[in-house]
Design a protein around this ligand. Sequence first.
Ligand code: MN
Length: 131
Amino acid sequence: MAKKVLIVEDNELNLRLFRDLLEAHGAEVRTIRDARDALEAMRAFLPQLVIMDIQLPHISGVDLIKAMKADPALDSVPVMAVTAYAGKGDEGRVREAGADAYVSKPISVSRFVLAVEGLAGPLGDGFKRAG
Ligand code: MN
């Protein structure tokens, strides 16, 4: 069974990179560009992993993670935070909110996939079905 992964990312290039990488490894991917739609999309899709950009317009990734952890339907979903700035204290702030892993941009492709599979397990069956 393909793992369900939801990506919250406002940067189109990063969004496509993450989606392509995850789909190439067999995941079923949903993408959210507007943070205001994220929680509703998570409740509908019930992902097995969330990739969360931290710098988002309207609602920060940290606040979204906190909201997930306060929601019984979402509090057990692992979260991998992705962020461009890695200032001192940022990783602590993100982990304190409840993120299970933290990767800084620009990402290393192999490290990204390792971190994802470390949280979610193998993403797919290892082969693509026709159709
Ligand atoms: Mn962003």
